[in-house]
Design a protein around this ligand. Structure first.
Ligand SMILES: Cc1ncc(COP(=O)(O)O)c(C=O)c1O
Length: 370
């Protein structure tokens, strides 16, 4: 009998989300049009530990708004890690500024604060750390550097709702932070994002820019005084997101259990390293990932094909993104190594222990010496 493909991602949805969505569809109009948006935003701000939050249509749109709100534009530079989804750097490019790429720490796969100094220039306006695959960046050092040099910080927290650095949640450190609720994330709304903020002036700019530049200091109806945008979340999506957020502890617990199961079964396989959290971090393990030693007899891409033939869907970790043809390629050895040799394993919420056993058994079969 043909086994069903074991997928890399997949959400957890219960009757709670379905009830909220049905209520929003039936009643969320006219005076109730933003009921779930307001509740989702305020619950998220409280959860993250920030005073302000604003729901958006995607994290990419939210990052664009955040950078514009800080006045990032042509002539400016923004430091972004090499290992991330292209959206981080694209958002910088949308503003006309230049992304400056920095290598990652090989332990956490996130922006290496020790290398910030050499990427700094008089044009540096902001740093965008990424909490990659649910592991927080080393925010204490990044914030100390940014404060010392008077630079803004926008956290790309797309895959990291609930991740913690020294007990403080991702998104709560910088001027602004942005989360994603795209369909493969810890929490899903189909597509969606959330800008969270400590910086009130920048947050007010986010609100105005995301309302087509509508003036707030005049009584004139529909008065627009600058070109703005519309990267907004619908009430229906917010209803979905609120239901997910009310279950966030359970969602994170399951991701961490999945990592523990993989770790238990793969810990003795030589030449393979899991993306285990640092001592100071709490990862939400959005993805459990493994990095292969280049000396193994099977390479990363070959393993992906072999696992696919076994009915197991895995994903290559993002390549170091300055290698893309539209950027200036940087020498970032750690990011290149991880990007060439690491794999995201099936990590969806509905994965069973039996499936994890099977995935690990096949990995061992393909990797271990004959
Ligand atoms: C690190 C990172 N940044 C940004 C994004 C973009 O999020 P969205 O798809 O909601 O725009 C993603 C999505 O995968 C991501 O992983």
């Amino acid at each position: 009998m043909k086994r069903e493909m074991i997928l890399t991602a997949g959400p957890s949805i219960t009757s709670r989300e379905l009830e909220y969505i049905a209520d929003a569809a039936e009643n969320g109009w006219n005076s109730q049009w933003s009921k779930y948006i307001n509740k989702f935003e305020s619950t998220m701000a409280e959860y993250v530990g920030v005073p302000f939050s604003h729901a958006t249509s995607s994290c990419t749109g939210g990052l664009h708004l955040a950078l514009m709100a800080l006045g990032v534009g042509p002539g400016d530079e923004v430091i972004v890690p090499e290992l991330t989804w292209v959206a981080t750097a694209s958002a910088v490019a949308y503003t006309g500024a230049k992304p400056v790429f920095i290598d990652v720490d090989p332990e956490t796969w996130t922006l290496d604060p020790a290398q910030l100094e050499k990427k700094l220039s008089p044009k540096t306006k902001a740093i965008m750390p990424v909490h990659l695959y649910g592991h927080p960046a080393k925010m204490d050092e990044i914030m100390a550097f940014a404060q010392h040099h008077n630079i803004y910080v926008v956290e790309d927290a797309a895959p990291a709702v609930g991740a913690e650095c020294f007990g403080k949640r991702a998104g709560s450190f910088g001027d602004l932070g942005v989360f994603s609720f795209q369909g493969a994330k810890l929490m899903v709304t189909g597509e969606g994002g959330m800008v969270v903020a400590n910086n009130k002036a920048a947050f007010d700019r986010v609100l105005k820019l995301n309302n087509h530049g509508r003036a707030t200091d005049t009584d004139r109806a529909f008065w627009i005084d600058e070109v703005g945008y519309k990267y907004r979340m619908s009430n229906l999506q917010a209803a979905f997101g609120l239901g997910q957020l009310e279950r966030v502890d359970e969602l994170i617990r399951r991701k961490r259990e999945i990592f523990d199961l993989y770790e238990d079964r793969l810990k003795d396989v030589s030449g393979l390293r899991l993306n285990k959290e640092a001592k100071w971090a709490k990862s939400i393990y959005w993805m459990t990932s493994i990095c292969l030693d280049q000396k193994l007899r099977v390479g990363r891409d070959e393993l992906i094909v072999k696992l696919r033939n076994d009915g197991i869907d895995t994903r290559a970790v993002f390549p170091a993104i300055s290698q893309y043809p539209m950027w200036e390629t940087q020498p970032s050895p750690f990011a290149i190594n991880i990007g060439d040799n690491a794999i995201n394993l099936p990590s969806g919420h509905n994965l069973t222990t039996k499936e994890i056993d099977y995935v690990c058994e096949r990995i061992k079969y393909h990797l271990e010496p004959l």
